[in-house]
Design a protein around this ligand. Structure first.
Ligand SMILES: [Cu+2]
Length: 325
């Protein structure tokens, strides 16, 4: 039943999108839409690569756009009808009545019904955005004037800076200037990624159109969004909150790569695999630091005072646990 509903929904969405493309998007037919970045001359939303973006595109293309188009055509038709039928020449003696109960009831109830239909789909979409699956990993994006800082707490990678790629380098690498960054945000494909977003100075916003996500980066607050990318690729976004003179120069470049490539990238950044354990290849270096700190720190303080107290067995346990981890 569910698959049948989805099938109908998919066909309906495809038909609506085709109709809307014919109406609005003729220029876009000239060239295939680029993925992960804007297409010159295109009209409509960027192709999506996450479930959320597909839902948002369905809501826009199959629900909102047809309703808006129908209302515009209906109002245009009324205006044309009034101008032709009731102008001074065609209708020299106008009627004097000013109330019509039937018409007033209709123009109250029909908009309520339209808004109810929209709200059902709207709340479903809103719920989908809040209904984050258990994330595979978390990245933290901090907005600065005027660049992004990315941090991978699950991989032990401290914050690094991502600036706009200078114009000459972008031209040399054949990547879009003002979208390409010096350091991309690298994430594995097919895994739910939670993004914690905050600002360090003024309000910025983290937005990637192909993922259908936007989150305000507010100083002193941590906002949350998420995405599961369906196919590997490079996806661009920008800061979406006017944050100062260089606002247009703080792009977001996300690289969705395979799990193996992601693990290789985290290793190249001095980090480890998701799960907290340092990668076996580099186990010696990161293991030494955690082993020393938890073992000596908690052990030293309680050992002096409550050595004789019954707590001694309890204090020895946490000291051993992080060391063996
Ligand atoms: Cu900004």
């Amino acid at each position: 039943m569910k698959s049948r509903v989805q099938g109908i929904r998919a066909r309906f969405a495809a038909a609506a999108v085709t109709a809307m493309t014919v109406v609005w998007g003729l220029p876009a037919l000239a060239a295939a839409n680029l993925v992960g970045q804007p297409t010159p001359g295109a009209i409509g939303l960027q192709p999506g690569v996450t479930p959320l973006k597909h839902d948002a595109t369905f809501f826009h293309d199959a629900i909102l756009l047809p309703i808006i188009t129908a209302i515009v055509l209906f109002v245009l038709g009324l205006l044309v009808w009034v101008m032709i039928r009731y102008n001074k020449k065609a209708n020299p003696t106008p009627a004097k009545w000013s109330h019509n109960t039937v018409v007033e009831v209709i123009w109250t109830i029909v908009p309520i019904l339209i808004l109810t239909v929209i709200s059902v789909f709207s709340f479903r979409l809103l719920y989908a955005y809040h209904d984050m699956p258990k994330p595979y990993m978390t990245v933290k994006a901090t907005g600065y004037q005027w660049y992004w800082g990315y941090e991978y707490p699950d991989n032990g990678i401290g914050e690094f800076v991502s600036n706009v790629l200078p114009e000459d380098k972008a031209a040399a690498q054949k990547v879009p200037y003002l979208l390409a960054a010096t350091e991309p945000l690298v994430v594995p494909v097919g895994k739910p990624v939670r993004v914690l977003v905050t600002g360090a100075d003024v309000i910025h916003a983290f937005a990637v159109p192909a993922f259908g996500v936007i989150a305000d980066a507010v100083p002193g607050r941590v906002n949350e969004t998420w995405f599961t990318i369906e196919k590997p690729g490079v996806y661009y976004g920008n800061c979406r909150e006017l944050c100062g003179t260089q606002h247009a120069y703080m792009p977001i470049e996300v690289r969705a790569v395979s799990q193996a490539d992601f693990d290789a990238w985290t290793a190249s950044k001095g980090g480890y695999k998701v799960g907290g354990a340092p990668a076996p290849a580099v186990a010696a270096a990161p293991a030494a630091t955690p082993a020393v700190i938890p073992a000596s720190a908690p052990a030293a303080t309680p050992a002096a005072a409550p050595a004789a107290a019954p707590a001694s067995s309890a204090t020895s346990a946490p000291a051993a646990a992080p060391a063996s981890n």
